[in-house]
Design a protein around this ligand. Structure first.
Ligand code: AMP
Length: 187
């Protein structure tokens, strides 16, 4: 199964990803986690990405596509994957489509985590990540609104989008995630 989690920062995509990958047995591909690891190890890519993460801005598409392309070539991705935080721009989504169709593959589902902005700011302010400072939070939400939210329309047109309400307990949200899976109605 090939799935994308779409939604603003603080919507709970990370928590739900960890649950869904253990349910489905596919790798969890979080570009945010990959970037933070590269920053911590001070790799060339990490040094390139550091400033963007600190400011809450999106890392340039070319850097992300290189990171994702290398990860998708690894053996464990053959049986599918769950992308969490990728794609985040239209050109990333188009690049993913191109590389999938070149391999004769396609996406199965895009789950959009729907939650209102006031709730997000409260949740993000309660976390302890370096990029969860108030100005950085505002910038990350702006990047989501301007660059990532248009992807919901893109995937809706492709017939892949399912929106779920990302409010309530993690168990309640996970029940909605599972019911969005292909074939869930007949299980
Ligand atoms: P996340 O943990 O998914 O919220 O990502 C943390 C930060 O990593 C974001 O604020 C961006 O700076 C960067 N990032 C993660 N994924 C992407 C992506 N697909 N495109 C551009 N920047 C990204």
């Amino acid at each position: 199964m090939r799935i994308v989690f779409l939604g603003p920062p603080g919507a709970g995509k990370g928590t739900q990803s960890r649950r869904l990958v253990s349910y489905l047995g596919v790798p969890h591909l979080s570009t945010g986690d990959m970037l933070r690891a590269a920053v911590a190890e001070s790799t060339h890519l990490g040094n390139l990405a550091r400033g963007y993460l600190d400011r809450g801005e999106l890392v340039p598409d070319a850097v992300i596509l290189q990171l994702v392309g290398a990860r998708l070539e690894q053996e464990d991705c053959r049986r599918g994957w769950l992308f969490d935080g990728f794609p985040r721009t239209l050109s990333q989504a188009e690049a993913l489509d191109r590389s999938l169709s070149a391999a004769g593959l396609s996406l199965d589902l895009v789950i959009d985590f729907d939650v209102d902005e006031k709730e997000l700011i409260e949740r993000l302010a309660g976390r302890r990540r370096a990029d969860d400072q108030p100005e950085v939070i505002q910038q990350r939400l702006r990047a989501y609104r301007d660059q990532t939210r248009p992807l919901t329309e893109y995937y809706r047109r492709h017939g892949l989008l399912k929106s779920i309400a990302a409010i309530g307990s993690p168990d309640e949200v996970f029940a909605r995630v599972k019911s969005a899976l292909p074939g869930a109605g007949s299980r």
